[in-house]
Design a binder for this molecule. Structure first.
Ligand SMILES: Cc1cc2nc3c(=O)[nH]c(=O)nc-3n(C[C@H](O)[C@H](O)[C@H](O)COP(=O)(O)O)c2cc1C
Length: 145
């Protein structure tokens, strides 16, 4: 699972608004902190931040589009504003994106409480990972403009 986050970086974050309605949005800034914690950057995610301030629980999904495998994790978010000392510690993780560092408004640390692998039904009908990788590599190449 950690490898998927490291490679993909893109997770779809589900939160719940004040009326109990779901809201899902992509975040491409995920990093693994340790076995139980992930972080992502709030560059422009006003609704996600509003929802998490009200209800800190989220679910995040990561999928490798080539192996057609991923995982879904539930967790509790903590939001660190730019002025906080924890923000100053965590911001160094984003050194590889100097062009975005100044735009980061908050850093969200997610304490994972459960995580489950998700895999395409292709695996149930006997298709192998290498076959899927080859198929989807070709497919994604074929849809490039
Ligand atoms: C591929 C992709 C990656 C993104 N990564 C991030 C991110 O890491 N942080 C962020 O704040 N917004 C990111 N965005 C933009 C937000 O998803 C977008 O502004 C969204 O409308 C925010 O919705 P929200 O206010 O409901 O969170 C990304 C968008 C895309 C398409």
């Amino acid at each position: 699972m950690k490898q998927i986050v490291k490679e993909q970086k893109l997770g779809f974050v589900a939160t719940v608004d004040a009326n109990g309605r779901p809201s899902v949005s992509p975040k491409g800034t995920f990093f693994v902190l340790d076995d139980e914690q992930l972080i992502f950057a709030d560059l422009r995610s006003p609704q996600t931040i509003k929802n998490l301030k009200n209800k800190p629980w989220l679910e995040v999904n990561f999928v490798d589009q080539f192996s057609r495998k991923g995982f879904r994790a539930k967790g509790r978010a903590e939001i660190f504003e730019r002025s906080s000392s924890e923000f100053d510690k965590l911001i160094t993780i984003f050194d590889e994106w100097p062009e975005f560092k100044d735009m980061i408004k908050n850093i969200i640390k997610v304490q994972i409480t459960s995580a489950k692998i998700v895999a395409s039904p292709d695996y149930e009908i006997g298709v192998s990972e290498s076959e899927l990788r080859a198929e989807y590599l070709e497919y994604f190449k074929s849809i490039q403009p």
